[in-house]
Design a protein around this ligand. Sequence first.
Ligand code: GDP
Length: 296
Amino acid sequence: MVLQDLGRRINAAVSDLTRSPNLDEKAFDGMIKEICAALLEADVNVKLVGTLRKSIKHIVNFKDLPPAVNKKRLIQKAVYDELVKLVDPHAEPFKPKKGKPNVIMFVGLQGAGKTTTCTKLARHYQSRGFKACLVCADTFRAGAFDQLKQNATKAKIPYFGSLTSTDPALVAAEGVTKFKKERFEIIIVDTSGRHRQEKDLFDEMTQIQSAISPDQTIMVLDATIGQQAEAQSKAFKETADYGAIIITKTDGHAAGGGAISAVAATHTPIVFIGTGEHMLDLERFSPQPFISKLLG
Ligand code: GDP
């Protein structure tokens, strides 16, 4: 199920109820059931769906509704607010400051979309007047530096990396030092992923982190990985303690409920979403506009 379908289904469930002539408790329960089914099918964590169900029931409190109350508005608002809560960890994401170096390190599994998203983010800040650059600290995957180089060249973003070094922490530190000297304001460090969460990857992440002391670590999560997203994001959180999430491939055939559940599991805000393979396919994320758009 794609993300838009999830929105349409939830919207339809609410509209069916609020348009129906006999808005009774049975119809209300039916609406909640349909919303929960849609969320579960989209891979949202079952506990979160349970909490949402209880909260909507509690807020609307159908049995004790005073006759004068506008039931439709109350129900619509309760659904909207609870969906917002699902994607809102109430944590302020880091905001880079102009006139100083802001070092941003990317982490995530191989194929999540790190390299692509690094360039997108550098371009995003560059177009907002920041002096931005990229450092490739992936010495594990052959071709990683070439890929970053190609993307960076296309976007006219300065980059640093090594074709021969086997020490990612050293390459990262060299790149960051060089760009700090050159007064870059956004220094984005791409790191290696592996196919699985494994000890080598986590050791490497820790080494790079202590070598460059990033101002912000961002976890890149693929929207299409479904339920695994939660365990993955927790494991990365324990090691890399990232402060923000970017969800990629939201244009694909997945509703991304797993990735959305990662927000709740790690209390970490989503800051951007990737909406395609192109450089400009990056959208800022904030909970309320996202849910408004989802519900159309
Ligand atoms: P990395 O191994 O984490 O660095 O992942 P890459 O940046 O190499 O991306 C893996 C694949 O996902 C590439 O084919 C990208 O073009 C693709 N990709 C990344 N972000 C998005 C996105 O938001 N939407 C789509 N459709 N594809 C994406």
